[in-house]
Design a protein around this ligand. Structure first.
Ligand SMILES: [Zn+2]
Length: 643
């Protein structure tokens, strides 16, 4: 058993049959412990402020332990009975958290703490706890608290149903052999014809992404695009409408104008109206380069379809790839011959290890599926935590790419453990997959490096939610640097990818950044506006907002909101990705563009920003690192720059 000062990693079940009882033991056990601790706090109040706070921390450790395991296992376990059980445990943990946030006695206990005698960290824990109690509605009358409790329960159920519908609704199209024209040989090989001579293409990422990028047949591309953006529709339309109405009521009961304003209160952005302003600001900033690059796509499309007057997203990925190949001389199929999954995974570990001074030791620990690999993470000889990489698709598994917490680290008590859950092919990858891998790994590193705080509410990625993407977006930059990529991207003959090709890939990648920003603002506007206005038909909201914010027109027959998973967790805050990117570009300006392995600056970044977790406001961490407040300059320079 690996341990640091007696702190050991969690032991997962070794045998498939044990999962169900293990999950019960972990989730029910930790929830029972949390309940016991709360009862003790309410019935036998501790004398000293620090004692009260330590008990409060214990409650949060236990609750976080139950909730983390449940939310990971609900998305990844191969046995659907275990996933279903984890969903129930997740609901119980959520319900307990809601009860906690409405517990007046406990609120009184914490309110009585004399914070003048506490240090800055402890004072922050108290301030945030009281703020969160008030945001939960603890100081409202009994009827309001009951209603808030009922709303929260229903919101959890609906969010789970929303995400389950997306996860389980895999659609497909059936194509002729000649409709596979343009796709890589290994893709064609992996999709053999069935008895009727046709080939099935599903809406899972490893199918749909290459198909939209490479398939020459415009009709087939449109069919898969429409299927992809029809997942979970109409089932999720009904669910979303109920969820949005509940969130609006929830916010109103807590005296907020709308859900977006309530949600933004504890984020860097601060208010709902600031989200609207931010969306307008980025929309303007991307105007010039967005339409410029869109017109280049349309011009290229006209070589194939001379009478085309517009290009939409069923065609934009394909023509962007053609433009990249022809204008920038980047052939994605050549690129992928250098991107073998196993080498990329090892390369990611080597690169981040070198940059941040950590090392990863493969451990033969029990995992939930044979695809999963586990590593212990060490920093200067100390065991920091454990990571799990679950990187290939399988039936019933989470369909996107994300980092999940298994355990939140607490100094001297429990090691941080986290998982990357992605859907990459097993053989050759697209470079965009490599970027996604670096991105998600940025979250995982943040989780592990910030896992040594005394207070669990500071642990890991517990920063403001609209800052949380910045460390990940920053790490993406390393996936574009030739000196970095050449360390792991080698072809079957062992030759590294030419530096010149990486430079061209980067230039090609810059192409379209303006229109991509506009598409992002379309998504952000959907996320914000469905939480601030009432739409009878969400597809109509999409049609309206796409014409306002995107440079691409609406595609008839699509219902993107139904599979827009972020409406579940991020709610009105999808702007977060662009907001974080503004800050990521600013953070990047402090690094040496010529030396991607400048350990001194990476160490300072690791210590100042990553290790701090949620112990201070993100704006202050960024200011400490940059030596000045963050601003938009690096971002707008990048966005408006020529490809
Ligand atoms: Zn992310």
């Amino acid at each position: 058993m690996t341990s640091m000062n007696g702190v050991a990693a969690l032991t997962l079940p070794d045998v498939d049959e044990d999962w169900s009882s293990w999950l019960d033991g972990r989730c029910q056990g930790q929830l029972a412990e949390a309940r016991r601790l709360v009862d003790e706090m309410n019935t036998h109040p501790a004398a000293g402020s620090t004692d009260i706070l330590c008990r409060w921390n214990d409650v949060n450790v236990a609750l976080s332990n139950a909730a983390s395991v449940a939310s990971l296992i609900a998305q990844v376990h191969p046995d659907d009975a275990v996933r279903a059980k984890a969903e129930v445990a997740e609901q119980e943990a959520d319900r307990f958290a809601t009860d906690l946030s409405l517990d007046k006695d406990l609120y009184d206990v914490l309110s009585a703490i004399d914070t003048t005698a506490l240090g800055a960290d402890a004072r922050r824990v108290v301030d945030h706890a009281l703020r969160d109690f008030r945001r939960g509605g603890v100081d409202r009358d009994d009827g309001t608290r009951e209603r808030l409790r009922a709303i929260a329960d229903r919101e959890t159920e609906l969010q789970q149903e929303f995400s389950r519908n997306i996860r389980e609704d895999v659609r497909s199209i059936s194509v002729h052999r000649n409709q596979l024209q343009g796709l890589p040989a290994d893709f064609v090989e992996a999709h053999p014809a069935s008895e009727d001579g046709r080939h099935t293409i599903t809406t899972d990422y490893p199918d749909v992404r290459p198909f939209l990028t490479f398939a020459e047949d415009a009709q087939a591309r449109r069919e898969i695009h429409v299927q992809f953006l029809s997942r979970a529709w109409p089932a999720n339309e009904v669910i979303l409408q109920e969820l949005l109405a509940l969130r609006a009521e929830h916010a109103a009961l807590l005296s907020h104008r709308d859900w977006a304003d309530y949600d933004a209160e504890i984020k860097m952005i601060g208010s709902g109206s600031a989200i609207a302003d931010f969306i307008e600001r980025i929309t303007q900033a991307a105007e010039r380069s967005g339409y410029r690059d869109r017109d280049i796509l349309l011009e290229r499309m006209r070589q194939d379809q001379p009478d085309a007057t517009a290009i939409d997203r069923a065609d934009s990925t394909y023509y962007a790839e053609l433009v990249r190949r022809e204008r920038f001389d980047v052939d994605a199929q050549e690129v992928r011959t250098y991107l073998d999954f196993a080498k990329v995974r090892q390369g990611l570990l080597d690169v981040t290890g070198r940059l941040f001074g950590v090392s990863y030791a493969h451990v033969d620990a029990p995992v939930w599926h044979s695809d999963v690999t586990a590593y212990d993470v060490h920093l200067e000889g100390d065991l920091l935590g454990r990571i799990f990489l679950d990187l290939h698709p399988r039936e019933g598994k989470f369909k996107h790419a994300a980092q999940f917490t298994l355990v939140s680290g607490v100094a001297g008590r429990q090691l941080p453990e986290g998982a990357l859950v992605c859907n990459f092919p097993r053989g050759l990858m697209e470079h965009s997959d490599v970027v996604t891998l670096f991105h998600e790994f940025g979250h995982l590193l943040h989780h592990i490096l910030a896992g040594r705080h005394q207070w669990v509410t500071f642990s890991g990625v517990a920063t403001e939610w609209d800052f949380v993407e910045a460390p990940s977006q920053l790490l993406e930059e390393w996936a574009w640097h030739a000196d970095v990529v050449r360390t792991f991207a080698t072809n079957a003959a062992g030759e590294p990818i030419p530096a010149e090709l990486v430079a061209k890939m980067r230039a090609a990648h810059e192409f379209g950044k303006g229109y991509l920003a506009r598409t992002q603002m379309f998504y952000a506007a959907v996320s914000y506006q469905v939480h601030t206005r009432t739409f009878d038909d969400l597809t109509e909201a999409e049609r309206e907002l796409q014409s306002t914010y995107d440079v691409f027109p609406f595609v008839e027959g699509t219902h993107f909101h139904a599979s827009f998973g972020h409406l579940g967790g991020y709610t009105s805050a999808y702007y977060t990705y662009m907001w974080s990117l503004v800050i990521a570009k600013d953070l990047l300006s402090a690094f040496d563009a010529g030396d991607p392995f400048d350990v001194a600056i990476a160490t300072r970044y690791r210590e100042t920003i990553l290790a701090a977790g949620g112990s201070r406001d993100a704006a202050d961490l960024v200011q400490d690192f940059l030596g000045r407040p963050y601003n938009f300059e690096a971002f707008t320079r990048w966005l408006d720059g020529e490809a």
